[in-house]
Design a protein around this ligand. Sequence first.
Ligand SMILES: C[S@@+](CC[C@H](N)C(=O)[O-])C[C@H]1O[C@@H](n2cnc3c(N)ncnc32)[C@H](O)[C@@H]1O
Length: 272
Amino acid sequence: MKDWLAWHAGYDDPSSSLSVRLRLVREHLSRALEAVPPGPVRLLSLCAGQGHDVLGVLPGHPREPDVSAVLVEQDPRNAALARQRAELAGLAQVEVREADAARVAGYADALPADVLLLCGIFGNVSDPDIRRTAQAAPALCAAGATVIWTRHRRAPDLTPRIRAWFAGSGFEEVAFDSPDNQARTSAAWRSRRPPRCRTARCLPSAPPDSSQRRPARPAAPGRTGSGAGLVPGRQPPGPPRRCRWGMPDNEREAPRAGAARWPGAGVAARAG
Ligand SMILES: C[S@@+](CC[C@H](N)C(=O)[O-])C[C@H]1O[C@@H](n2cnc3c(N)ncnc32)[C@H](O)[C@@H]1O
């Protein structure tokens, strides 16, 4: 069994390939947060480890006040360190959950994510599990969300196939970093579904025009996400409403039923 606490020692050396990768992931994360439309931002990190990426970006980031972050990490030692660091940084909106990332029920309330981190996973699960994860990503993500993932390029280099799987799942590549002398890559992919406005004045509880208020429907069994009470896809008569940022409003999508079990279950089987 791999010692996932010891794995993080690579971050102690700023010149290590892991540290280089961390800097790239942080850059992607910072830009991804900036790209989320004004309003609340849901950040989800699966197999979050000690949270070096999230905790290195949020403090002082312009979107920090908007972000609610859930870090899912199975190793209690790493989870405790991440929690401790978040507290030290005064990041009350970061919640570290000691849980199995393969079980979506453990973080269904944090879906759909505006930014989804899948870092340090694809080198530890089977190829079919990576493909299934890419296929499941739309069910975990809000429209316009960014997924950030990492993978080594040791032979046989799987990154071309991973990129194709994400492209086939409705994402487009924002960045693919493969430093010349490094085996590690990091990539950012954005959902091709256009982002929706989610500012308070455009949410169903406070529509700009109360005559356009839509009835909320009760959450479906097993759905606890805040999006569960919304009615995606239904528009009132007339032209589509646009918020003051010019985006279609009110279309947050609840996680789909198919996301009941995240197929990266192999993480637990192989690495846990
Ligand atoms: C390679 S590390 C990556 C950590 C972090 N994402 C990073 O990039 O710094 C993989 C992490 O996944 C955690 N892990 C393994 N299986 C898991 C599971 N089923 N659910 C949640 N976390 C898991 C390990 O404890 C470890 O901290």
